[in-house]
Design a protein around this ligand. Structure first.
Ligand code: TMP
Ligand code: MG
Length: 237
């Protein structure tokens, strides 16, 4: 159909613990969706701001987006244990602000008919902050108004399989105790009335990656077909 009648793109979010395969699955999905005449995506999960050249292109964005001004502050904080500690509430607002830095670009891509794939989003934002002791109800409002996902793919990995996939990295939060709290808080958040209608799907990510990928593609293709005719993007409330 002509460009002016084109349906909007879908906002697809990957969530999960470290080493659950989010970045891998986001890339596999992006490649699967861009096959067949559409534009080719960069092979690594780097930021690719939407350009105006072609409609229908899928992009993978990653949060935190470490390339922005606030993202650099977060990167320093995450990657250096010697970095000046940030108060949990300050951290939370910086992670949220980092999403707001990209909100308009995401919305514009969706409206232009491009689907956007996100590697972490507001759910990680809420859950990691809760795992530092902040209250769920305090953590949600800063993200209200951000583009609302059309589907959330939660990659569920068992601690045993995650451990077999390699050692923890050296970043802040990459330790067993924190990961356990994060896992519990994801469960708590997904049961909360504020997000229970967010089209959240659990995938058993202990399986080999192609099997997980096949299930994700099947679901996402249905989601993209369904949103194409819905009028506008909505926001988180
Ligand atoms: P990454 O490993 O996916 O790059 O994310 C870096 C860390 O930041 C990871 O431990 C999760 C954490 N995080 C938050 O604490 N709040 C947020 O809003 C986001 C997006 C990530
Ligand atoms: Mg990490």
């Amino acid at each position: 159909r002509p460009a002016f009648m084109m349906g909007r793109g879908a906002l697809i979010v990957f969530e999960g613990l470290d080493r659950s395969g989010k970045s891998t699955q986001a890339q596999l999905l992006a490649r699967a969706l861009t096959e067949g005449g559409k534009d080719v995506l960069a092979p690594s999960p780097v930021q690719r701001p939407p350009s105006d050249d072609a409609a229908g292109v899928e992009y993978v964005w990653r949060f935190p987006d470490r390339s922005t001004h606030i993202g650099q502050t977060l990167n320093t904080y995450l990657s250096s244990k010697d970095a000046e500690p940030l108060h949990p509430r300050v951290q939370h607002l910086l992670f949220s602000a980092n999403r707001w830095e990209r909100a308009e670009a995401i919305r514009a891509a969706l409206v232009a008919g491009r689907s956007v794939i996100l590697d972490r989003y507001t759910y990680s934002g809420i859950v990691y902050s809760c795992s530092l002791g902040l209250e769920l109800d305090w953590c949600m409002p800063p993200d209200a108004g951000l583009p609302r996902p059309d589907v959330v793919c939660f990659l569920s990995v068992s601690p045993e399989v995650a451990a077999r996939r390699g050692e923890f990295g050296l970043e802040r939060y990459e330790n067993t105790e924190m990961q356990r709290r994060v896992r519990d808080n994801f469960e708590r958040l997904f049961a909360h009335t504020a997000v229970s209608d967010h089209n959240i799907h659990n995938f058993d990510a202990d399986r080999e990656m192609q099997a997980v990928h096949r299930d994700i593609v099947e679901l996402v293709q249905r989601v993209i077909a369904n949103v194409a005719d819905s009028p506008s993007t909505s926001v988180l409330s």
